[in-house]
Structures are given as structure tokens and as C-alpha cells.
Ligand binder design. Structure first.
Ligand SMILES: Nc1ncnc2c1ncn2[C@@H]1O[C@H](COP(=O)(O)OP(=O)(O)OP(=O)(O)O)[C@@H](O)[C@H]1O
Length: 345
């Protein structure tokens, strides 16, 4: 492990009053500064409960919670929540407040002066791709679902919290808008580098959004917490395997780039044909390379170099070799973890 984790849950449990079965049992998890950890698992497994334990919207019945090294299990929840942005599905914007007023919620609570609040609101709306002059004075009902969700993200970023909790933030949005919100959010995160815990029940969203994914079973039991690449290459048990579903090999190809391969050479007699064949670049993923091979039904694809000239072929054998390497590396990692010789989680 490197730096102090930004969030550390140490054997955290929650049993709701009037129930016998805990919603969360002895959950231990660490989230590093600047990473997106996605909690994914079947309905009712305790994802939302886990998220709300972190900002103490729900009080734990056991265990300790640390933020940036501080034990906050008994800290004042109001103060805690100002350090933590929170975005939910159907974000619950205040209907009788304008968009600008909604986004100003936390800065107002912190009693910033008016000028600073206005500047911050404009900055935040710009950040999420909404022109403050167009949208600032509108009311929530005058926005599309996707725009409202952007406002939810802007509001959560109000006082520049270092931690963001996001509970199915793009869940109720049509697939196309959802994809663009995901992409915009990842671009934003590239700049902001918040520590984010993101809940979804959609494994594809988890693979796309997560630096790491924690796959949870009943009562938030962690079956596997790792990078998407490693989970796809090496699901540790049947639960994980069935949760991630079919096509793990294909999906794993999306994490490798053509530029990392030893390409097959294009010899003279094929050079002319190669340049007229469908082509991909060194930046393309192996998934895109496979798509190209299938499209051209040739079992290989021409790779164009940065100089605009064909740099070589990528062939099916490259793809299977890359997958084998990823599987072997993942297996080795877990063997080392089991033997206690690996430093990483
Ligand atoms: N306020 C509550 N009182 C009692 N039980 C609750 C309460 N909130 C949640 N639960 C129970 O705790 C368990 C975990 O619920 P939670 O909402 O955390 O799951 P989840 O994984 O987020 O589910 P989903 O994906 O369906 O939103 C469920 O069995 C749920 O019925």
C-alpha cells in the first residue's frame, strides 16, 4: 500500500432497527486518494447502505470509519457531510429554487459571501457543461433528466469536497445520455481527482467508471475488489464469474492498446493491399482491432503508425496472447497475495 487511504472502513456493520439480518457485515475496504471505487452487486446486497455509512447518513452498529486518517465514526455528521459530496439517482433538486440556488446550497451553508458564491456557481455550471447564463435562472422542472443530473453533480461539488459519494447517479437516464454523462464525468475527474465511491448494479458501468471495482454479495461481503482488467482476467469465484456474465475475454480486450503489441510486419508485396484495407491506429484498443478484423473478415487488421504509414498487422494470435498474458499476470498477483508476498491490495 502507498499513501494513507482517503477512506477506510474497518469491519463496519449495520443492522437496521427491527431487523435480524445485518444489511452490512464486517465490511473492510480502503479507497485511495483520487481513485474511483465502484461498489457493484445485486439488488439489496447493501450498496446504498455502505455508501451512506461513509457520510453517516446511516449510523454504523459496528466497526470504525476513517477519512484521511481521522476516525470519524463519532464525528459530527453535519460537519462531515460538508466535506463529502453526495449525488443520488433522481437527485432531488429543490423544486422551488433556481438551478443557481440549488448549486449554491453548500456554499450558502458555509456562509460564503455573495460574490464568491456567484462566481463558484458559474464555475460549477460551466464545469458540468451548462451555460450559467442560460440555465442559472431556470427551475428544475425546466431541465431534461440529463441536465438535472449534471446540476446534481455541480451541487455536490459545491464546496470542492475531496470525497464524492455517488449512488446510481446516471441510473434513471436513457442509455445515450447516460453514456455521454459517464464520459463527461470521467473527463471532469481527470482534472478534479476526487476520491469517489460510486454505486451501480450495472457491471458494464462499473467496468467503465472504476479504477477499482468491489463486487459485493449479500450483506456487502466483498467477493473481489480489484481493477476492472484483473477482475475480467481472473474472476476469483463463481459469484463474480456469474455476476460479470458472458464475454469477459472480449471486454478484457478493451483495456489493451494496439501500440503495446509487437506487430506483424507488412512485407513489400502486401504493402499496397495493406494501405487499402480497413485500418486502425496504435491508439486503438484490441477490442477495436477485433471489431476491424471481423468487419474485414480477414483475421488481421492494418495498424497505421503516427506517421500515417502502415506500421504492421495486428492478428488474432496477438489478441489471444494478450489475454493469456493478462490472465497469467492476474493469477500470479493472486498467488502472491495468497502467499503474502504482494504489497498491493
Ligand atoms: N431503513 C431500512 N430499514 C430496514 N431495512 C433496510 C433499510 N434500508 C435498507 N434496508 C435493507 O437493507 C438491505 C440492503 O439495502 P440497500 O438499499 O443498502 O441495498 P442495495 O444494494 O443498495 O440495493 P439496490 O441495488 O436495490 O438499491 C436490504 O435488505 C434492505 O431491505
Amino acid at each position: 500500500m502507498t499513501a494513507e487511504p482517503m477512506i477506510r472502513l474497518d469491519h463496519v456493520s449495520k443492522t437496521y432497527p427491527g431487523t435480524d439480518t445485518p444489511a452490512v457485515t464486517e465490511l473492510t475496504l480502503e479507497i485511495d486518494p483520487g481513485e474511483i471505487l465502484v461498489l457493484v452487486g445485486p439488488s439489496g446486497c447493501g450498496k446504498s447502505t455502505t455508501l451512506r455509512l461513509i457520510n453517516r447518513m446511516i449510523e454504523p452498529t459496528g466497526g470504525r470509519i476513517y477519512l484521511d486518517g481521522d476516525d470519524v465514526t463519532d464525528a459530527n455528521p453535519d460537519q462531515l457531510r460538508r466535506r463529502i459530496g453526495y449525488v443520488i439517482q433522481q437527485i432531488g433538486l429543490f423544486p422551488h429554487q433556481t438551478i443557481a440556488e440549488n448549486v449554491a446550497t453548500v456554499p450558502k451553508m458555509l456562509r460564503w459571501d455573495k460574490k464568491r458564491i456567484t462566481a463558484r456557481v458559474d464555475e460549477l455550471l460551466d464545469m458540468v457543461g451548462l451555460d450559467p447564463r442560460v440555465y442559472g435562472d431556470r427551475y428544475p422542472k425546466e431541465l431534461s433528466g440529463g441536465q438535472a443530473q449534471r446540476v446534481g453533480v455541480a451541487r455536490a461539488l459545491g464546496a470542492d469536497p475531496s470525497i464524492m459519494l455517488m449512488d446510481e447517479p446516471f441510473g434513471a437516464i436513457d442509455p445515450i445520455t447516460r453514456e455521454s454523462l459517464q464520459n463527461e464525468f470521467l473527463r471532469l475527474q481527470d482534472e478534479l481527482r476526487k476520491t469517489i465511491v460510486f454505486v451501480t448494479h450495472d457491471i458494464d458501468e462499473a467496468i467503465k467508471m472504476g479504477d477499482r471495482i468491489a463486487i459485493l454479495g449479500k450483506q456487502s461481503m466483498v467477493h473481489q475488489a480489484d481493477t476492472p482488467e484483473r477482475i475480467l482476467a481472473y474472476p476469483v469465484d463463481d459469484f463474480v464469474r456469474s455476476f460479470i456474465g458472458a464475454g469477459t475475454a472480449m471486454r478484457g480486450l478493451a483495456f489493451e492498446r494496439v501500440g503495446d503489441l509487437d506487430l506483424a510486419p507488412i512485407n513489400g508485396e502486401h504493402a499496397g493491399r495493406a494501405s487499402s484495407a480497413g485500418s486502425i491506429t496504435v491508439e486503438s484498443t484490441l477490442y477495436e482491432a477485433l471489431e476491424e478484423m471481423l468487419r474485414t473478415a480477414s483475421g488481421k487488421a492494418v495498424v497505421m503508425g503516427d506517421d500515417g504509414q502502415p506500421a504492421g498487422y495486428v492478428e488474432l494470435s496477438h489478441l489471444s496472447a494478450a489475454l493469456r498474458t493478462a490472465q497469467n499476470e492476474a493469477r500470479l498477483h493472486y498467488d502472491q497475495l495468497a502467499a503474502g508476498t504482494s504489497g498491493t491490495r
